[in-house]
Design a protein around this ligand. Structure first.
Ligand SMILES: C[S@@+](CC[C@H](N)C(=O)[O-])C[C@H]1O[C@@H](n2cnc3c(N)ncnc32)[C@H](O)[C@@H]1O
Length: 259
């Protein structure tokens, strides 16, 4: 399985992302978007794995909102895992939430460990969709659910605009399209695979995020992380809006079950 082990989400980058998306969130939409991904699934007393837990906002929200049996958050970046642990402790969730630093590759859990595997906007960093899908299938219990979201692209060659956006983002993106995900999950053995496109939802929000970055957030972010990074992020967000509006970038939710 491919993936990235070097630090891509350093402190300054995390500072910018959390200023835009909220403390604990390295992806858009906050708690509302997490609720959308969970939908009608009943998480009460369930064991949950969150793959690519970032700075832990999702895990904290899931624990408070749904009272699962337990949640393990894993991430390939040690500094993010440390942030997750510190914030969970600050919020009195240090016992309930377990965070584990992992290497890219096979998940370090025995087969059939979890009722629910959750992931939000992290598989974009993992090029080999088949291996990660097989791993999710393996660690789920029979009857377990896979509840997820990721940034996908349309099929076919990437446009110049998309290549430009990916270059600016510089996060080792391994973006896949919906059919690639569907085929990988079917091959792994998943049932009931359903997708929900979020392009239309995210377009106006991304425009507003770009406006806030160059507006009310600008001065305070420049004083915290420097003008060069903030200006770079504004250019990245502008390029993001272009590929969203072209319909080429398709944030998408999906769900599937292990028979
Ligand atoms: C866009 S952030 C999303 C973080 C979090 N899910 C959220 O929504 O706030 C992507 C996360 O995936 C992590 N990541 C990248 N490759 C990974 C891998 N192979 N296994 C687990 N996590 C990975 C990154 O370190 C980062 O924290």
């Amino acid at each position: 399985m491919t993936g990235h082990s070097q630090q891509e989400y350093d402190d300054d980058f995390v500072c910018v992302l959390e200023a835009v998306w909220g403390e604990g969130y390295l992806s858009p939409g906050g708690a509302d978007e997490v609720e959308q991904i969970i939908g009608e699934a009943d998480l009460y007393n369930q064991s949950i794995l969150d793959i690519g837990c970032g700075t832990g906002g999702v895990t904290q929200f899931l624990m408070k909102r749904y009272q699962p049996h337990g949640i393990i958050g894993v991430d390939v970046e040690k500094s993010l895992i440390e942030k997750c642990r510190a914030r969970a402790a600050e919020n009195g969730l240090g016992r309930e939430l377990v965070y584990q630093h992992v290497q890219p590759g096979p998940l370090p859990f025995p087969g059939g460990s979890f009722d629910i595997v959750f992931t939000k906007d992290s598989f974009v960093h993992i090029e080999d969709k088949q291996s990660i899908s097989d791993e999710v299938f393996r660690v789920l219990k029979p009857g377990g659910r896979f509840l997820a979201s990721d940034w996908m692209c349309t099929e076919g060659p990437l446009s110049r605009e998309m290549q430009h956006y990916i270059e600016l983002e510089d996060l080792g993106f391994g973006m896949g399209h919906q059919r690639e995900y569907a085929e990988a999950m079917e091959k792994s053995g998943f049932d009931g695979i359903r997708f929900k496109d979020r392009n239309e939802w995210y377009r106006p929000i991304a425009r507003e995020e770009t406006r806030r970055l160059s507006g009310e957030l600008y001065d305070q972010l420049v004083s915290r992380v420097g003008k060069e990074l903030v200006d770079h992020e504004i250019r990245t967000w502008e390029a993001l809006v272009v590929v969203l509006e072209r319909g080429e970038l398709r944030p998408t939710h999906w769900r599937a079950s292990k028979p």
